[in-house]
Design a binder for this molecule. Structure first.
Ligand code: BES
Ligand code: MN
Ligand code: ZN
Length: 518
């Protein structure tokens, strides 16, 4: 399979398919044995530089040299910090990685693995990593390997020479991380699928919007899922969407020369026969704001406005590839929001597939528009057990929560609790924000059923949530995630290199685990 970045020529024809298993910048292996007594090794160090486990026994064998190095370097073992030591016999290289008060969860071990990959990226050959024990986990090494895969993700540079391994660095220029600890089978059967799902979603988001049209997105999904067992892909084009009455989705896309699409991926588990879970993602391949044009500064970042759609696709890929015991539908509501002679105007009224009408007061509140038809179609077509809308929906959620949490909105307290807990476990954390009954009153329009913005109205993120929620049926379990602050990171984190994060794949995977039948 060719990863499209392997093409040196940047022309649209050269861009074919994303690989189902994108090239990893790092090689991974496992071992159940103790750490070797030579070569390159990685060990954890606790708060105040306290040596325990593998580091303590190495220190004993080295006559206390490790402890002296830690003291001399004043290494305090803070979580995420690290100290490389070279030529300290009997090793060629030792990387000490701080784990603070200790690792407490799978997400913590993923961060540890990400830090290891980041700090050994310039090393070559075998690197033996002592994975610390975590109480209550039995697959620590699988989490560490997942973290290493996530942290070493590299989309590469357009036009740079690519080696056979794909990506910017190429496979032979990366170290091989050998994780010593339990979890080899859990990685192969489970966590590796998550790494691949995240990488696929990051590839989609990282692709610039001159290439990433709704049609291109649909084509990538079709070609990649052709190799994923028990999945099927459905693509709706404009005539079909018009026939179905999707006036809101078609309306957002009508100002662009590149027409909108709706893409649905269905994963059918052999071990489940209840109604599916549905993830409906906002897929604005570029958001200029439309006639309600955005300012120029920072507008480039709106190429990430299809992160919700990419996340939904990455999640269903992960679930299918790990053979999850639950059925899933992932839907991408795709359009490019452009100004132009055919664009919709502020004040236009559109009729959605449900029959409900919308006064489009601001064409820059387009995510909620495409999601009305996306959510309604998904509900009518699949009768899901749960509908989750995932969207880079509002700047307001960034003002409220920064990049520490994504916003979760639902009327159902149990679902809110389930999602928040899944956030903690997956490391993609959520904070609940309200959807007060008054907000549903505030979005009523004089000339249509609802209006897409309340001018000068607050709370803005809740208005967006309530708007989309108005298309969920009364009896439909429904959760909305506003991930606007999470789509991109400037400061690299252990499992998120600088760039597009594809936030939500790990979260949705963890949510799905709560519905699995085995
Ligand atoms: N895609 C934006 C939201 C966004 C902002 C995502 C910053 C990521 C970073 C969305 O379509 C938008 O323009 N929202 C408007 C809504 C407003 C017009 C009610 C906003 O938040 O300003
Ligand atoms: Mn917008
Ligand atoms: Zn947008």
């Amino acid at each position: 399979m060719t990863r499209f970045l392997a093409n040196a020529a940047i022309t649209i024809v050269a861009v074919t398919a994303l690989a189902a298993t994108p090239a990893a910048a790092v090689d991974i292996d496992f071992s159940a044995a103790a750490l070797p007594g030579a070569g390159k090794v990685v060990m954890a160090v606790g708060e105040d530089g306290v040596l325990s486990g593998a580091a303590a026994s190495a220190d004993r064998q080295m006559g206390g040299a490790l402890g002296r190095a830690v003291a001399a370097a004043d290494f305090d073992g803070e979580a995420g910090s690290s100290l490389p030591l070279y030529g300290l016999a009997p090793y060629d290289a030792v990387l000490l990685v701080g784990v603070g008060k200790g690792l407490a969860s799978g997400a913590d071990v993923q961060d540890f693995g990400g830090t290891v990959a980041g700090q050994t990226a310039a090393w070559r050959g075998d690197v033996a990593v002592a994975v610390p024990d975590v109480e209550g986990l039995d697959d620590e090494a699988a989490h560490a390997a997942l973290g290493a895969r996530l942290g070493s993700y590299d989309f590469g540079k357009w036009g740079a020479a690519k080696t056979a391994g794909g990506g910017a660095k190429g496979a032979d220029a990366a170290p091989k991380l050998i994780f010593h600890g339990p979890g080899e089978a859990a990685f192969a059967g489970d966590r590796r699928a998550i790494a691949d799902g995240v990488a696929f979603a990051r590839d989609l988001v990282s692709t610039p919007s001159n290439i990433k049209t709704p049609e291109w997105f649909a084509g990538q999904v079709e070609s990649v899922f052709a190799d994923v067992p028990r999945t099927s892909v459905r693509v709706l084009d404009v005539p079909e969407m018009q026939r179905l009455g999707m006036g809101a989705l078609v309306g957002v896309g009508q100002g662009s020369a590149r027409p909108p699409r709706l893409v649905a991926v269905r994963y059918d588990s052999p071990d489940y026969d209840g109604p599916p879970l549905a993830f409906v993602g906002k897929g604005i391949t570029f958001d200029t704001g439309g006639i309600s044009l955005k300012g120029g500064r920072g507008m480039w970042a709106m190429r990430g406005d299809m992160t919700g759609a990419a996340t939904a696709m990455g999640a269903v890929m992960a679930l299918a590839n790990r053979g999850a015991a639950v059925d899933v539908i992932a839907v991408a509501a795709l359009a490019e929001n452009m100004p132009g002679g055919a664009a919709q105007r502020p004040g236009d009224v559109v009729t959605t597939m449900s029959g409900k009408t919308i006064e489009v007061l601001n064409t820059d509140a387009e995510g909620r528009l495409v999601l009305t038809d996306g959510v309604w179609w998904t509900q009518q077509t699949y009768d899901p057990r749960l509908v989750v809308s995932v969207a880079t929906l509002t700047g307001a959620v960034i003002s409220a929560l920064g990049d520490d949490y994504a916003g979760v909105f639902t009327k159902d307290d149990d679902l809110a609790a389930l999602f928040i807990d899944a956030g903690e476990v997956s490391g993609e954390t959520l904070w609940r924000l309200p959807v007060h009954d008054n907000v549903f009153e505030d979005i009523k329009s004089d000339v249509a059923d609802v209006k897409n913005v309340v001018e000068g109205g607050t709370p803005s993120a809740s208005i967006g949530a309530a708007f989309i929620m108005s298309w969920a049926r009364e009896d439909q379990p429904f959760v909305h995630l506003d991930i606007a602050g999470q789509d991109y990171t400037d400061t690299p984190r252990p499992t998120e290199p600088k760039g597009w994060t594809a936030f939500g794949v790990r979260l949705l995977d963890e949510v799905a685990r709560r519905y699995e039948t085995k």
